[in-house]
Write a protein that binds this ligand. Structure first.
Ligand code: UDP
Length: 483
């Protein structure tokens, strides 16, 4: 049988590239030839952060790049998500098609002919190329299945007149507390719990329309791979596939990074594929710093790769952390704060010097796995949430936008592994919620719950577990999958 060749096309942000790279490494370890496609912009960032060595030779695993269509930018600047979405949707099909033609024309050098598209759901451009080539169109869904169900509701929200908003006051006047009672397997939710991309007054809003387009594309796919685990989302996985009549099967194979760790020991992984996906260089020193603290005594604060805070929000978080008196690691990306860069008051730095570490980018999974970490103040990105659960670390949830509000709702109300924070950042609330988590009764309860989920997540990726079995089935099915 000819070696399968998967073209892996992530959406070009950190939280989407990482699970795609992990999936690509897993497929490669099972004999698939891989072409992994980054944008030019991210390709340069990966080289700068030492994640990618462009001179390294890797057997059957190639990195390629295409332009994202946006004007050249400072390498450290986070790109605007709506602009990036609009640009890749409009501009990436043609270079992608050319890339595939080149790969298929360069027999030998380009590997066997590309016969599988494995793309992010947001990369609709990949669908067109898969259609042209008549190859299976497979999506890696990098968010939760609850988020997928949320995307499926956007057209209904428009039909029922919930969006576009009639005026700007609906963003803040309690309108978002309107109950939404028709969604299968999502009882007791409100508008505020759905992914935020429907919150617009503009009927032509890029994100609203892209989410509707994505929802339309999912049922037609050859298959959907979901970075989740059945133990967390059993009902909703089933409800989504049956309610929307999926043509292809879905595979819950998450957390993919854990599956990769268990299936491919580090030594084996590094001898073949030396690259990782960090768009910023990791500061490893934080792990030694953590060694000096008692178990479960340090608060880890990280808002992911896209969130941008106002200087005011930073100050409120800073004083909340200073006043709670617990040690903390706080990751402040070079582009985390809008406007001025030096926003931390000198007195805050002096006051917390002995018990705080400020870093630009850390090895998050290792930090969360460090015994000193007692809680994670997070923006509720799906990867961060899975990583926290897998490490048994309870969360202080401060969602910023997108699917993070849905993740926050589930973490705090459904799985009960987190405590929710108000969206307006106030230092006394930050202090109070950190103390409640580290010292209080509610903290004890969520710690116990997240400990239980950690065990379930571990079982899921071990031999015979739900994600492990789904992955085995996925590999077998992909080898023979046709349109
Ligand atoms: N991450 C990291 N170091 C950092 C900050 C983030 O390794 O200092 C990783 C984190 O482990 C996660 C990803 O970046 O895998 C962020 O994805 P997530 O879905 O949590 O949030 P997003 O950045 O997409 O908002």
């Amino acid at each position: 049988m000819r070696k399968p060749h998967a073209l892996c096309l992530p959406f070009p942000t950190q939280g989407h590239i990482t699970p795609m790279l992990h999936l690509a490494k897993l497929l490669h370890s099972r004999g698939f030839h891989i072409t992994f496609v980054n944008t030019e912009f991210n390709h340069h960032r990966l080289i700068k952060s030492a994640a990618l060595d462009p001179t390294a030779q890797m057997d059957g695993f190639m990195f390629e790049r295409i332009p994202d269509g946006l004007p050249a930018q400072e390498i450290n600047a986070t790109q605007s998500i709506p602009e990036l979405c609009a640009s890749v949707t409009k501009n990436c099909s043609a270079p992608l098609r050319q890339l595939v033609m080149r790969l298929n024309g360069e027999r030998g050098a380009g590997g066997p002919p590309v016969n599988l598209m494995v793309r992010d759901a947001v990369m609709i451009c990949g669908q067109k190329v898969a259609d042209d080539l008549n190859i299976p169109d497979v999506v890696l869904w990098t968010m939760s299945t609850y988020t997928m169900m949320g995307f499926f509701q956007f057209e209904e929200l428009v039909r029922r007149g919930y969006t576009p908003f009639t005026d700007a006051t609906q963003f803040s006047n309690g309108y978002l507390n309107t109950p939404v009672d028709w969604i299968p397997s999502m009882p007791d939710i409100c508008l505020k719990d759905l992914p935020t991309f429907f919150r617009t007054t503009d009927p032509n809003d890029i994100m609203l329309n892209l989410c509707i387009q994505i929802a339309h594309s999912l049922p037609k796919l050859s298959a959907i791979i979901i970075n989740t685990l059945d133990e967390l989302e059993h009902e909703i996985i089933h409800a989504t596939a049956t309610s929307f009549n999926f043509k292809g099967p879905s595979y819950a194979v998450g957390p993919i990074y854990q599956l990769l760790q268990i299936q491919l020991p580090q030594s084996q992984l590094h001898s073949t594929i030396k690259s990782n996906s960090n768009l910023w260089e990791e500061e490893m020193g934080c792990l030694d710093w953590l060694d000096r603290f008692d178990p479960a005594s340090v608060v880890y604060v990280n808002f992911g790769s896209i969130t941008v805070l106002t200087p005011e929000q930073v100050k409120e978080f800073a004083w909340g952390l200073a006043n709670c008196n617990h040690p903390f690691v706080w990751v402040i990306r070079p582009d985390l704060v809008s406007g001025e860069s030096a926003v931390l008051p000198p007195s805050f730095v002096d006051q917390t010097r002995e018990r705080s570490l400020l870093a630009g980018w850390v090895p998050q999974k290792q930090v969360l796995g460090h015994p000193s970490i007692g809680a994670f103040l997070t923006h509720c990105g799906w990867n961060s949430m899975l990583e926290s659960i897998c490490s048994g670390v309870p969360m202080l949830c401060w969602p910023f936008f997108a699917d993070q509000v849905t993740n926050c709702r589930n973490a705090c109300q459904l799985w009960r592994v987190g405590l929710e924070m108000e969206s307006k950042v106030r230092r006394d609330e930050v202090e109070g919620v950190v103390r409640e988590m580290m010292e209080g009764e509610k903290g004890k309860q969520v710690k116990q719950k997240v400990g239980e989920l950690k065990v379930s997540a571990r079982k899921a990726i071990e031999m015979g577990g739900s994600s492990h079995s789904s992955f085995e089935k996925l590999v077998n099915d992909l080898r023979v999958m046709k349109r």
